[in-house]
Each structure stands twice: as structure tokens, then as C-alpha cells.
Design a binder for this molecule. Structure first.
Ligand code: 3NM
Length: 215
């Protein structure tokens, strides 16, 4: 179930979009995304009521299409909206504490190595996001790219952990990422910066699903 939901995980905030975020999300949903994360970060990020209102509208769209709606690094917002889950990084609120606060909602944790995967599992994370696999233009404070080898390394020791790969993943690299052992890809720019979002999303979905069926 979780491993299917991670297949094509779309992450977005208003700063990632050159068009109306609702339109971008609608087209991505039509293209076949399997999970969505609202990540309102960066210099021009919305805050307070504006952030809440945008999240609320995006969540409505996800609910209409049965797409799990995850909030990045804002437990209060996730609880206020009754979102499906929360995603936190290593520098955000501690995963174990978030787990206590959100009960059985989904908990995702960003990781960079095997030790962090194990810590996340100890905090009862539902999935981990490993990255950046490749260099990314979408995260100012991203660490150095860890490459496909880190996916293989983690898969060798943690065979069952639901793992989504993130960072610089494109239609061209999606297949290798799945073959290395990821359950899915998480992308911002591969969808947000596409000229035709729906068509591009469909291609990403087909690429991931084809690679997963072969695995
Ligand atoms: N987290 P794109 S990389 C949000 O390494 C995020 O944890 C990362 O965007 C991590 O698909 C990243 O445009 C940005 O590279 C992903």
C-alpha cells in the first residue's frame, strides 16, 4: 500500500510554480501522481493564513481524487487541516515527537544514509525519503548528491523499508532509481517545470510503473 503510494510523489509549494499552484496540481493529478506533499519553503514562501488557505485548497483537490496529502515540516498545519500526514527533515521537529503528536497519520522522514534510515524506523516512520540522489535546483540547503549507490546500499540492509528517492530525478533517470531499489520517485521540477504538466506526469508514471513491474 505505502510502496504503491510512493510511486510518483509530487512535492510542491507556491514558490515552485510559474502558474497557479491549483492548476499545476490539477494537471499533475490528471497525469497520475500517487501522493502529494505541500512544501511551502523559500524566500517568498506564504505564511500564516495565506499558507493555510492555499494548503486547504490543495488538500480539497487531493481529497477529491484520493491522493494522500502530506504537509512538510508543519505539524500544526497538518493537524489543523486533518491532513493525511507529515514529512520532516533531519533539522525539523524530531520524528519521534512528531509521531506522538500525529498518532496514526503518515510520517515521512528525510534521510541521507543507513543510520538515519534506522533512526527513522525506530521513530515509527511510515516511509523514508532518500536524497538528494542527483544535484537539485529545488532545495537551497541540499546536501551533496549521494547517487544511486546509496539506494542500493540501504536496500541491501533494510529490504522492506518503504523508500522514495528524491533530488534531481527526471524521466531519463527514473528507471535507474527504481532498479536501484527505490519504491518510487519524489519530484518537484520534473513536474513543475514541465511545459505540458499532465503529459509529462503521465510519462513519469508510466516509466516508474514499468520499472516496478519488471523488478
Ligand atoms: N529534498 P527536484 S532534494 C525537497 O535531498 C527536496 O532531501 C531533498 O526537487 C533531499 O525534484 C529536494 O526539483 C528537492 O530536484 C527535489
Amino acid at each position: 500500500m505505502m510502496k504503491h503510494m510512493l510511486s510518483l510523489y509530487f512535492i510542491m509549494g507556491s514558490g515552485d510554480c510559474t502558474r497557479d499552484p491549483l492548476t499545476v496540481l490539477d494537471e499533475a493529478i490528471q497525469g497520475g501522481i500517487t501522493m502529494f506533499q505541500f512544501r511551502e519553503k523559500g524566500k517568498k514562501a506564504l505564511t500564516g493564513l495565506e499558507k493555510y488557505r492555499l494548503a486547504e485548497k490543495l488538500f480539497e483537490r487531493c481529497k477529491d481524487h484520493n491522493i494522500p496529502f502530506i504537509v512538510n515540516d508543519d505539524v500544526d498545519l497538518a493537524l489543523a487541516l486533518q491532513a493525511d500526514g507529515v514529512h520532516v527533515g533531519q533539522d525539523d521537529e524530531e520524528a519521534a515527537r512528531v509521531r506522538d503528536r500525529i498518532g496514526d497519520k503518515y510520517l515521512g522522514v528525510s534521510v541521507h544514509n543507513l543510520a538515519e534510515v534506522r533512526q527513522a524506523l525506530a521513530a515509527h516512520a511510515d516511509y523514508v525519503g532518500l536524497g538528494p540522489i542527483f544535484p537539485t535546483v529545488s532545495k537551497d540547503d541540499a546536501k551533496q548528491a549521494c547517487g544511486l549507490a546509496m539506494i542500493e546500499h540501504i536496500r541491501t540492509y533494510e529490504k522492506h523499508v518503504p523508500l522514495v528517492a528524491i533530488g534531481g530525478i527526471t524521466e531519463q533517470t527514473a528507471r535507474q532509481v527504481i532498479e536501484a531499489g527505490a519504491d518510487g520517485i519524489a519530484v518537484i521540477s520534473a513536474i513543475c517545470r514541465a511545459e505540458h504538466i499532465c503529459e509529462q506526469t503521465k510519462r513519469l508514471y508510466e516509466t516508474v510503473m514499468h520499472a516496478k513491474r519488471r523488478g
